[in-house]
Write a protein that binds this ligand. Structure first.
Ligand SMILES: [Zn+2]
Length: 301
């Protein structure tokens, strides 16, 4: 095991094989990811978890924000929007901008052959939520190869039309440049009860990929029981008029609505749902910024 960047580790197997990457703590207050990474490190160091084939990378994301137990540092720059060459001046000057650069410089995703990478970026939500997965692509291959091992996820959210940010800039999207990239939302940020479960799922997936050789027993899975898939339809963007959610909306993730429902108001202008679906990623008011999203409407696929 080599530390190839600050808190970025690489383990090579004996034979060639896929590239498997797991990250956590890209948002510093989301503890499940960071704890899972520490558990992986501990078990690799003690020999409980061994890399057999291919290359395994694991890393902690926003190191300064993890120390602060905050989503990001005082820069208020989101590390998970910095995995692009198109950074704003504020991003370039921030710790987060340079940390994203360091991660990309050492992982060098583009140097891998197409379809050779599986990357999982572990997150948690700031409002109560069931665990779920996010992928930019419509994920038929994800369903077959990855999803059966990530059994805690109760839904898969995909964003083929890039409604989320309008461009590719998250860490899982960076992984996806050479294969599959997934953001794994593991529940509420303050809830650390799933660390062992998530760790075991990562071990199962890595073992199935042929990367890990583990003493721990792989749990059986049912490939026919896969969670529902939702696609992002539209974003609600904060304007100068301010915003007020309709009762029940914005307090949690996956809140269902019907076509024609009023979801909230820009000043006095109502936002009317254009389809049946669920409301996802409601931002906490303290993270609201004019011109940025407050949350998203999705539709079941
Ligand atoms: Zn996050």
């Amino acid at each position: 095991m080599k530390e190839i960047g600050e808190c970025i580790w690489k383990v090579e197997g004996e034979k060639s094989g896929p590239v498997f990457i797991v990250s956590g703590g890209v948002h510093g207050n989301e503890k499940t990811g960071a704890h899972s990474i520490r558990l992986i490190k501990k078990n690799i160091e003690s020999g409980i978890l061994r890399v057999k084939n291919g290359t395994f990378y694991f890393l902690l994301g926003n190191l300064r924000a993890i120390d602060l137990d905050e989503r990001y540092t005082d820069s208020r720059v989101d590390l998970n929007r910095c995995f692009t060459s198109n950074l704003t001046d504020a991003q370039v000057k921030s710790y987060e901008g340079s940390r994203a650069q360091e991660i990309m410089n050492v992982l060098r995703i583009e140097d891998n052959p197409a379809d050779s990478v599986v990357g999982i970026d572990i997150h948690s939500t700031n409002t109560p939520s069931q665990p779920f997965l996010v992928s930019q692509k419509i994920p038929f291959e994800l369903h077959a190869t990855v999803m059966p091992y990530l059994k805690t996820a109760e839904a898969l959210l995909c964003d083929p039309n890039l409604i989320f940010e309008g461009e590719l800039l998250t860490l899982d999207e960076y992984y996806a440049r050479r294969g599959l990239g997934l953001c794994y939302e593991t529940g509420h940020a303050d809830d650390c009860s799933r660390v062992e479960i998530i760790y075991n799922e990562i071990v199962d997936l890595g073992t199935a990929l042929g990367v890990f050789e583990s003493d721990e027993k792989q749990t059986p899975y049912a490939s026919n029981i896969l969670p529902p898939v939702y696609t992002l339809r539209e974003s609600i963007t904060l304007t100068d008029e301010g915003f007020e959610y309709a009762p029940g909306i914005g307090e949690g993730n996956f809140v269902p609505f019907l076509k024609g429902d009023i979801l909230g108001y820009h000043g006095t202008r109502p936002v009317v749902a254009s389809c049946d679906g669920v409301f996802v990623f409601p931002k906490l008011k303290k993270h609201w910024k004019v011109g940025k999203s407050l949350g998203y409407l999705t539709q079941i696929l």
